[in-house]
Design a protein around this ligand. Structure first.
Ligand SMILES: *Cc1c(COP(=O)(O)O)cnc(C)c1O
Length: 452
């Protein structure tokens, strides 16, 4: 049998609410054409993000009851620490309330004016946390990553030559750390190859620059390595994942992604001195180092989730769902970013709505159109998300359809594809938007817009 099925059965259900097209038009107007401002009960299928939206397993729910809520030295912390150490091998392990808290702590210590922090591509919160310290966040993707239809299997890779050129031109002392984002969320959820990570590691070692992983989707990246990197096909995903971590000096991770949890994250690293400075800041901003802003039960859910996420039947279903949605969109001729990656299908908004220039947010026009059409919530990843006074602007104009983990069935995905096909047939009617109000950074969360 080759038919991939959901590797679980459903024990609890949550009804979703149907609305009419007229209701949705009104709701969207009231939300100022920003889908972050909609109430989730007004959304039928929510593909806004795969962050914190996973369905927990029966074992995770059971683990919540084991939560030890002691302020210091809780049993749940040690279970969490053991799970993270088994996976990553790092010496110091700090829980945090979510990924960006780890970014804040790390860059508060390593960032600052005059510093440059390169990455294959920074995620929006990572970039914002780096720039907030006065340092510069630099994206060095491979050129193929900027070509939406290029079939390169590892478009998440770092441009190693460009990295070396940067190090030579500014000097290694201005680069306190280099990041690799696994998978690359900003440009299409593409994986990084093991070969590329090894090359980056070698180069950085020559110059004495530490390497950290932004490892939110480490399991999806490891599975895509197994599928796409021929020399790795024989290995277990867990084994590949452990090698990924072993190539870096530390990592931060939002457990809301491949932790299969609804909240939480961690920062883990080997350097004793750096760990000492981070521990002090952690106490100041997050909480005592054995809970880091989380409840003991959250630590239990993450410890369990980190084990489940590496199960290969789960990953086959997970990556298979993304590939299936991508195939349905391809059949409808909708331009998508190829090849599809780990957690989402990305639509090439510039090709979908070429009549709308970047400054009028073609991705946002598609997002709003899709909501009105079918009650489906997606998100713009383009000039609205990546623009703003503090940023470098968007490299691509995209719409992301992010799949929450273990939440939607094949039928839900078919419904989404049908809605998009209908919208695509009427794409010439799509109009752009104008910004009415925007914050100086991470503006997409709260911005207000007006149709042109
Ligand atoms: C989600 C995410 C983060 C930030 O994590 P939060 O838990 O949302 O704060 C950082 N990097 C990447 C690649 C992400 O996807």
């Amino acid at each position: 049998m080759r038919m991939p099925i959901e590797p679980f059965r459903i024990k609890v259900v949550e009804p979703i609410r149907f609305t009419t097209r007229e209701e949705r038009q009104q709701l969207l107007r009231a939300a100022r054409y920003n889908v972050f401002r909609l109430r989730s009960e007004d959304v039928l299928i929510d593909l806004l993000t795969d962050s914190g939206t996973a369905a927990m397993s029966d074992l995770q729910w059971a683990a919540l009851l084991r939560g030890d809520e002691a302020y210091a030295g809780a049993r749940s912390y040690y279970r969490f620490e053991e799970a993270v150490r088994q996976l990553t091998g790092y010496r110091h392990i700090f829980p945090v309330h979510q990924g960006r808290a780890a970014e804040h702590l790390l860059f508060a210590v390593l960032g600052g004016p005059g510093k440059l922090i390169p990455s294959n591509t920074h995620f929006d919160t990572t970039r914002a946390n780096i720039e907030h310290t006065g340092a510069q966040a630099i994206d060095l993707p491979i050129p193929e990553a900027l070509n939406p239809v290029h079939p390169h299997p590892f478009k998440g890779n770092m441009n190693v030559e460009a990295l070396e050129e940067l190090i030579r031109s500014v000097g290694p002392e201005r680069i306190p750390v280099c990041l690799m984002t696994l998978t690359n969320n900003t440009l299409g959820g593409h994986p990084v190859s093991l070969e590329n990570l090894r090359q980056v590691r070698q180069l950085l070692q020559r110059y004495g620059i530490p390497l950290f992983l932004d490892a939110c989707r480490f399991a999806e990246n490891a599975y895509l390595i197994k599928l796409r990197e021929q020399s790795q096909a024989h290995r277990s995903v867990a084994d590949i994942a452990r090698e990924l971590f072993s190539l870096a000096d530390g990592c931060f991770l939002s457990a809301k992604k491949d932790g299969l949890a609804n909240i939480g994250g961690f920062l883990a690293l080997n350097d004793d001195e750096l760990a000492e400075r981070i521990r002090h800041l952690l106490i100041l901003y997050e909480g005592f180092p054995t809970y880091g802003g989380l409840a003991g039960r959250d630590l239990e859910a993450i410890a369990q989730g980190l084990q489940e996420v590496l199960q290969e039947e789960y990953l086959r279903y997970r990556i298979g769902s993304v590939a299936y949605l991508a195939e349905l969109l391809r059949q409808a001729q909708i331009p998508i970013i190829e090849p599809p990656g780990g957690h989402a299908v990305f639509i090439d908004a510039a090709a979908f709505a070429p009549q709308i220039p970047p400054e009028h947010f073609p991705g946002q026009a598609i997002v709003c159109g899709l909501y009105v059409q079918a009650g489906v919530r997606a998100v713009e990843v383009g000039s609205l998300m990546m623009g703003g006074s503090n940023s470098r602007g968007a490299l691509l104009e995209l719409v992301r359809l992010a799949l929450p983990r273990r939440v939607y069935t094949q039928t839900h995905l078919e419904y989404v594809a049908e809605a998009l096909a209908e919208l695509y047939a009427e794409r010439s009617h799509l109009r752009g938007f104008r910004l009415v109000r925007a914050a100086p950074f991470l503006r997409h969360f709260t911005a207000e817009l007006e149709p042109l």
